[in-house]
Design a binder for this molecule. Structure first.
Ligand code: C5P
Length: 229
């Protein structure tokens, strides 16, 4: 890992439209605490000692804005800004193509989760030194979870065996490249599911409630209030 001679590249996926937020611009470029949302995670990853390089995926037409932003927040580790794709998986794949050859570890993070802390980055990187192919932050569920069919509850799941999964997610570069090697359309809501589908072992570590993914205006207001703390 980084510091030990090998290198870690972070892919920051910021190419979503963010339609549910209701702004006239992509989610990554809406305001948060006096600057654009993307600035927060970009700056945090850039100042993280474990991260050596960063690849940012943004919507078509926003590449220049991302380059200017990287200069503004003095994010000196940005190796490339790429045009994202139609789905999150497409955007990760586009980012992966620009990950430096020498990177042994890839960290994938959603720009929609601005408050990425050094502690969670450290937690997801640690299992890679123990032989795991990947690691993800997970949170326990507070509510009862049911499987529903045509509006009818058909099963109540054992929530003690379930977690909700966040980003940043860490992978060995080999495992992530293999997961995305399949030609054609892949869609997955996270990278770990593709690594798991190829037999990869993914460790679940403690997540962070402040890594809330901004989806609605209420989420934006909540994260903004945490920023002001
Ligand atoms: O859409 P959702 O909120 O699940 O997106 C999670 C993350 O993936 C966001 O940071 C978003 O910008 C990114 N994404 C992307 N390209 C897409 C769709 C989503 O980079 N086509």
């Amino acid at each position: 890992m980084s510091g030990g001679g090998s290198s870690t590249c972070a892919i920051l996926v910021a190419a979503g439209a963010g339609e549910r937020l209701g702004f006239d611009r992509p989610k990554a470029f809406v305001g948060l605490g006096g600057r654009v949302l993307l600035a927060e995670s970009l700056e945090r990853l850039d100042t993280n000692d474990w991260v050596d390089t960063i690849v940012v995926a943004v919507p078509a037409g926003w590449e220049e804005a991302a380059i200017v932003l990287a200069e503004e927040v003095v994010a000196s580790k940005v190796a490339a800004v790429v045009t994202g794709g139609a789905t999150r998986s497409d955007s990760v794949r586009a980012g992966l193509a620009e990950v430096p050859e020498e990177a042994l570890v890839v960290l994938v993070h959603d720009a929609a989760r601005p408050l990425v802390g050094d502690d969670v980055v450290e937690r997801v990187l640690a299992p890679l030194s123990e032989g795991y192919d990947g690691a993800v932050p997970g949170l326990p569920l507070a509510d009862t979870v049911k499987r529903v069919q045509d509006g009818v509850a058909v099963e109540t799941l054992d929530r003690s065996r379930l977690v909700t999964v966040q980003t940043p997610q860490a992978f060995t570069a080999d495992a992530l490249r293999r997961a995305y090697a399949t030609e054609g359309h892949v869609d997955a809501t996270d990278c770990a599911s593709l690594v798991e589908a190829r037999g990869g072992r993914v460790r679940v570590v403690e997540g962070d409630p402040r890594l809330l993914k901004i989806t609605t205006p209420a989420d934006l207001a909540l994260v903004e209030s945490w920023l002001a703390d």
